[in-house]
Ligand binder design. Sequence first.
Ligand code: XMP
Ligand code: MG
Length: 177
Amino acid sequence: MLITEEQIAEKTQELAEIIAKRYPPDAAEGDLLLVGVLKGAIFFMTDLAKALSIPTQLEFMAVSSYGSSTSSSGVVRIMKDLDKDIAGRNVLIVEDIIDSGLTLSWLMRNLKTRNPASLEVVTLLRKPDALKTPVEVANVGFDIPNEFVVGYGLDYAERYRDLPYIGTLHPRVYGGE
Ligand code: XMP
Ligand code: MG
């Protein structure tokens, strides 16, 4: 166990209060558009949306980065694109975790070409490697050690997403001691 259910809930509330202050509820840009990156961000996204005191709309993208299953290459393919035009909207990308930051920096560049009024990021987790990437993340829940984590949306081979907390995997799970 790395982060408990209670710690996640507390942090989500904290982030929601910061974010709500940034976006006036009656903005000309319309409701804040939360763009969740499937599948990992779903748990955090729904809890964040509920904690926000401002109205939001939810959109999803699925991307897959070429490379091994535990490290990303920065070459990203869109598996599911947004259903809506984001031009002129306030867009907040909701991420579960930023590791190398390569996926996110690609996504930011891609979404910027669609001319949103603003584009920011909130991530529940960030690993130290992400700090080397020139991608600006306004809102970070927890900085965590460089270990593979699961739970609360995060998976290992599609398992453990349903855990209500975030934990690290025992090496036994992936064939170690
Ligand atoms: P980059 O390196 O591009 O990668 O920032 C981000 C994506 O990699 C996945 N990822 C993880 N997934 N536990 C997971 O379940 C982890 O510890 C982990 N580290 C990176 C995740 O899909 C994220 O969006
Ligand atoms: Mg992901």
